[in-house]
Design a protein around this ligand. Structure first.
Ligand SMILES: [Cu+2]
Length: 120
C-alpha cells in the first residue's frame, strides 16, 4: 500500500515533465484545419521544443497522395523550434501536412493535419 502511494506520487511528479519534454506541434501557418483564400508559398510549423534539424522532416500531399512541397524542409538559422518547407503552386483543394521530428531530448514525435486552399 505504502509502496503504491510512493509510486503514484512519483508518477504525478514525473508526468507533466515528461509530457512537456517532447516536441509537439504548437501551431502552424497556415493554421491547423484552416481554410486560406490563396495558395501559400510555404508552410511553417512551430514546436514546443527545439528540434534536431538533421532528423526533422515535413512533407505535404494533395488528396491523391502526391507530394506538393518543394522538398526543401529546414529548421531556419536561429529558429530552432521552427520547421519550414516551400510549396509548389497549389490549386484549390485540401492538403495534408505530415511532420516527424526529433527534439533535442532525442524523442521522436509525428503527426498530420490538413488545411484547405479555398481558391476563387
Ligand atoms: Cu521528449
Amino acid at each position: 500500500m505504502r509502496r503504491a502511494l510512493v509510486l503514484a506520487a512519483a508518477a504525478l511528479a514525473l508526468g507533466p515533465r515528461l509530457a512537456f519534454a517532447h516536441a509537439f506541434l504548437d501551431h502552424a501557418s497556415p493554421a491547423v484545419g484552416s481554410s486560406v483564400p490563396t495558395a501559400p508559398k510555404s508552410i511553417t510549423l512551430w514546436f514546443t521544443q527545439d528540434l534536431e534539424p538533421a532528423f526533422s522532416q515535413v512533407r505535404v500531399t494533395n488528396r491523391a497522395g502526391q507530394r506538393v512541397d518543394a522538398g526543401n524542409a529546414e529548421v531556419p538559422q536561429g529558429k530552432p523550434d521552427e520547421l519550414q518547407i516551400g510549396l509548389k503552386p497549389l490549386p484549390a483543394g485540401t492538403y495534408t501536412v505530415h511532420w516527424r521530428v526529433v527534439s533535442v531530448d532525442t524523442h521522436t514525435t509525428e503527426g498530420t493535419f490538413t488545411f484547405e486552399v479555398a481558391g476563387k
